[in-house]
Design a protein around this ligand. Structure first.
Ligand code: BGC
Length: 450
């Protein structure tokens, strides 16, 4: 096969955000509260008691944000839809004004020649559905499919790339096992049920799309490749557990129709027997898979860590980001190759990749973020290396377009390629945004420069 020396001409160059992290105005125009509205309004759960009430005010500033994307030469924008803006109760009555916001956003994107990539669920479950059990209720699959259908009917003519869920692992590990994210549960028995219902919801939304949709639909997962700290059997087994829990738990059912065998060992008596018929819907073919890649982990056995009995070993020779994630670009190449090898030649997008670093105070209109420039350069090279080895990679989305609300860490961590002054809402493209624009303008050729 001919070698790809640069990115393909039709490659999608994008940036990503999510509704609760950037929009603000969470209850405007008839929207219902989400679990993140509730979580942030419960004192003590989020750093400095910060909320997404204003965030980046993208709900009102979307048009100028889209112009900014165009100035950065992005040809794609991955955003998520707030379920409770569109269906304030999660099911039933549609809130036309909520739907209109996404229509205006998509129109603006199309007007600038930017491909809209819509994620249906990026963690902000309607609070009304949490009151009915949320992801623990088996009905969640049909609630989600009904909501998805509303969105397909409204936007499928113009949105050609849909993702069902963003990172089901984070939803359940953070929301149901460790409690750091909404809805803040800490329950070993609930966790596999929530995971399974998320996968069933994904399957149901996929089936609804096959019935009416005209374009492409997929799933977005965060994969963190696991490398053993040593070759001793305990470390190898711990690495397999960590990989099963975070990575294969979602992809094996979707591509192979069953959970990894390690799940029962990890969850013990909390691991239920799921009806085998459920897997028929879960494993329906996808048009693409979205990979969110941030870091890797080197794993060793540790009896004291609940429930995995595994922990991450610090790598002193490498750079760490402000969220304590090791910078390891090779892991992106390894993951893309692993996905192809284990699950077949499915089209892939890197739907998120980026880093929080301390950005020094701006000098005039300059925000210099050299560590983030290095991060993007090295990860884009790693993506190119995978393309050259035959991975069907169709696009790359920087996380994130804007500095934004970083969940339980509030506004304390900045991932944006564009700096946001939260007092004035002024946007200032950082050095990394200018670097990314040059990558886009040269189809990646400038990555070869020293
Ligand atoms: C999520 C984003 C989040 C980012 C950085 C991803 O797991 O999809 O919402 O802001 O990581 O933590």
């Amino acid at each position: 096969m001919a070698k790809a020396s640069v990115f393909p001409a039709d490659f999608l160059w994008g940036a990503a955000t999510s509704a609760y992290q950037v929009e603000g105005s969470p209850l405007a125009d008839g929207a219902g509260p989400s679990i993140w509205y509730r979580f942030t309004h419960t004192p003590g759960l989020v750093k400095s008691c910060e909320t997404g009430d204003v965030a980046c005010d993208h709900y009102r500033r979307y048009a100028s944000d889209v112009r900014l994307m165009s100035e950065l030469r992005l040809n794609a924008y991955r955003f998520s839809i707030s379920w409770s803006r569109v269906l304030p109760e999660g099911t039933g009555q549609v809130n036309q004004k909520g739907l209109d916001f996404y229509r205006r956003l998509v129109d603006e994107l199309k007007g600038q020649g930017i491909e809209p990539v819509a994620t249906l669920f990026h963690w902000d479950l309607p609070a009304a559905l949490d009151d009915r059990g949320g992801w623990l209720n088996r009905d969640a699959a049909s609630w989600f499919a009904d909501y998805a259908e509303v969105m397909y009917r409204a936007l499928d003519g113009d949105v050609k790339i849909w993702a069902t869920l963003n990172e089901p692992w984070v939803v359940t590990d953070g929301g149901y096992l460790h409690g750091a994210l909404a809805p803040g549960h800490r329950n070993l028995f609930e966790t596999p049920i929530a995971s399974h219902n998320l996968l069933r919801a994904h399957g149901a939304a996929l089936a609804a799309y096959r019935a009416t949709g005209k374009h492409r639909i997929g799933l977005v997962v965060n994969i963190e490749p696991k490398y053993p700290a040593s070759e001793c059997p305990e470390d190898l087994a711990a690495t397999a557990r960590a990989d099963a829990y975070m990575n294969r738990q979602y992809l094996d059912p979707v591509f192979r129709g069953s959970y990894p065998e390690e799940m029962r060992e990890i969850f013990g008596i909390a691991w239920p027997d799921f009806p085998s018929a459920d897997f028929d819907a879960i494993r329906a073919p996808l048009d693409f898979l979205g990979l969110n890649y941030y870091t890797r982990s080197v794993v060793c056995h540790d009896e004291t860590v609940w429930p995995l009995k595994a922990h991450r070993v610090f790598q002193p020779e490498h750079t760490y980001t402000e969220t304590h994630w090791e910078v390891y670009p090779q892991g992106l190449t390894d993951t893309l190759l692993w996905l192809k090898e284990r699950y077949g030649p499915i089209p892939l997008y890197v739907t998120e990749n980026g880093a929080a670093f301390y950005d020094p105070p701006s000098v005039g209109s300059e925000v210099r973020d050299p560590l983030r420039v290095d991060y993007f350069r090295d990860h884009l090279k790693a993506a190119l290396a995978a393309l050259e080895q035959g991975v069907d990679l169709r696009g790359y989305f920087a996380w994130s377009l804007l500095d934004n609300f970083e969940w339980s860490l509030g506004y304390s961590k900045r991932f944006g390629i564009v700096h946001v002054d939260y007092k004035t809402q002024a946007r200032t493209p950082k050095e990394s945004a200018r670097y990314y624009r040059r990558v886009i303008e040269t189809d990646g050729r400038c990555l070869a420069e020293p």
